[in-house]
Design a protein around this ligand. Structure first.
Ligand code: NDP
Length: 335
């Protein structure tokens, strides 16, 4: 390795947000790389994934997952390349997916590292449609919504990493796929590039009426990523016995919780609502990744990335993700 790459740049969480998260919650540090022990590998991380769940980890409150400890490297999914190996199962040059967090290099005994083939699938896609967000879409759609041909499936944050896959899979299952997204550009992308039947711009100021027009037969399956006013509008268009996959509520993450306007609709429409966490269903990952990988390799599943440059750009890019500044899967190109 070169002289320069003996240093690992890392971003630590150094304080917890009081209200909205800010760049002052993070700190960039430089740490010398330690020599490898027998059985270890060193990975140069090419891309870091920034994901909404990280906001929850910054808090110290009770949740389904432990909080991010202070003064440690921020948690996060990464893809990279083995640059040194003292483990016979890995060779220099192997491409791997891991959870090394917000840092340029990771060291591991190999546990939790998954080798991936980049012949037909770009490395970064393993953090998006052929990674955790893709499996999330697959799981919520196929195991909770269980779409049938001819039904209408609605998804919020439709241009994003999860939402974009939900709509394309629903369309492939013979459904009418309708998205909700922030802004005309994102909506145009959702219909023209991703092939959804319609997309409603919730920022245009006429959410309920625009949604009503986009789902003339109501909604049978709703894949929820946002919460707040978007969920309120969607609930009012649900058909009787509709299914809601409660995947995320990003509008609630960086501040206080937004109450439901009309919870009685859950009863009057006899809705099935199920929250889920993708990491708690390891049994579906092989099947889901197999299908998603095949679709991406064949160019049948489209996706888009927002790529911030350099580890130092991660905090700003992450705060932007919480405000919808990303357009597609938010990544950081490391080194
Ligand atoms: P995205 O790529 O969709 O990016 C987040 C998007 O959310 C933004 O681009 C923005 O889109 C929208 N958004 C951000 N803030 C707000 C807000 N205040 N109000 C309304 N919309 C907002 O992220 P992902 O695809 O990675 O994640 C989507 C959802 O899925 C998140 O809620 C996430 O927590 C959840 N998730 C859940 C998992 C699980 O296991 N349950 C696993 C993975 C993700 P726009 O500009 O269109 O508003």
């Amino acid at each position: 390795m070169s002289e320069q790459s003996q240093i690992n740049r890392q971003i630590l969480l150094v304080s917890r947000p009081q209200g909205a998260a800010s760049v002052s919650n993070f700190k960039l540090v430089e740490t010398p790389l330690e020599p490898l022990a027998d059985g270890q590998v060193r990975v140069r991380n090419h891309f870091l994934s920034l994901d909404p769940y990280m906001r929850g980890r910054m808090d110290d409150s009770k949740s389904y997952a432990a909080s991010q400890p202070l003064n440690e490297v921020m948690i996060g999914g990464t893809v990279g390349e083995i640059v040194e190996s003292k483990n016979p199962k890995f060779t220099v040059g192997d491409k791997v997916v891991g959870m090394f967090g917000w840092q340029e290099f990771g060291t591991s005994d190999g546990a939790g590292l998954r080798k991936v083939d980049t012949a037909h699938i770009p490395l970064s896609a393993y953090l998006g449609p052929v990674g955790m967000p893709g499996v999330t879409a697959w799981l919520g759609l196929n195991r909770i919504i269980e779409p049938k041909a001819g039904e209408t499936v609605l998804v919020s944050a439709a241009s994003g990493a999860v939402g974009s896959v939900v709509g394309q899979l629903a369309k492939a299952a013979g459904c009418r796929a309708v998205g909700i997204a922030g802004g005309a550009d994102k909506c145009r992308y959702v219909t023209e590039t991703l092939g959804f039947d319609a997309c409603v711009d919730y920022k245009a100021g006429n959410l309920y009426q625009d949604l009503k027009a986009a789902v003339p037969n109501g909604v049978d399956g709703y894949f929820e990523n946002v919460g707040g006013e978007v969920l309120d509008a969607a609930l009012q268009r649900m058909n009787a016995f509709g299914r809601i996959a409660l995947c995320g509520m990003i509008a609630n993450y960086d501040g206080s919780s937004i109450p439901l306007a009309k919870p009685s609709l859950l009863l009057t429409q006899r809705l099935k609502v199920q929250g889920f966490i993708v990491s708690e269903s390891p049994e579906v990952w092989p099947e889901a990744l197999g299908q998603l990988g095949g679709l991406v390799a064949q160019g049948k599943l489209k996706y888009r990335e927002s790529v911030a440059q350099g580890i130092e750009s991660a905090p700003e890019a992450f705060l932007g993700l919480l405000k919808g500044k990303n357009f597609g899967k938010q990544l950081v190109k490391l080194i």
